[in-house]
Design a protein around this ligand. Sequence first.
Ligand code: HEC
Length: 101
Amino acid sequence: MKTTLFAAALMIAAPVAYGDAAATYASKCASCHGADGKGQTTMGKKQKVKDYTTADGQSFPDAEGVKAILDGKDKMKGYKDKGITEADAKDLVKYIRAFKK
Ligand code: HEC
């Protein structure tokens, strides 16, 4: 238990590399948007996030997605104050695009 807490503290303290969109998505986005992009999580359902595996869910333009990630949209807070750059946001949009089958 002590070890777990210590590891968690280290994770918060250590500078996080946002280069890897998949890792960022898993740690920061999947709680709402779901690991599979469907948004079928407790939070995602509550906030009515879109299903990114559908054409409708993907209907937002790239620029809008980038803006949502940086500045926030509805219940989603922006991530630009949390170390996510515009380049990271673009990578995340690309990552989200890949959910569509
Ligand atoms: C607290 C829950 C929550 C978290 C965490 C979250 N989002 Fe969102 N997200 C939302 C909600 C709510 C919306 C607005 C409704 C919608 O468009 O589906 C949204 C919208 C978006 C949109 C805009 C889609 C559009 O149609 O304009 C993108 C892109 C997006 N999120 C990506 C991300 C990424 C990338 C992360 C992680 C860095 C993330 N979200 C984290 C809840 C969340």
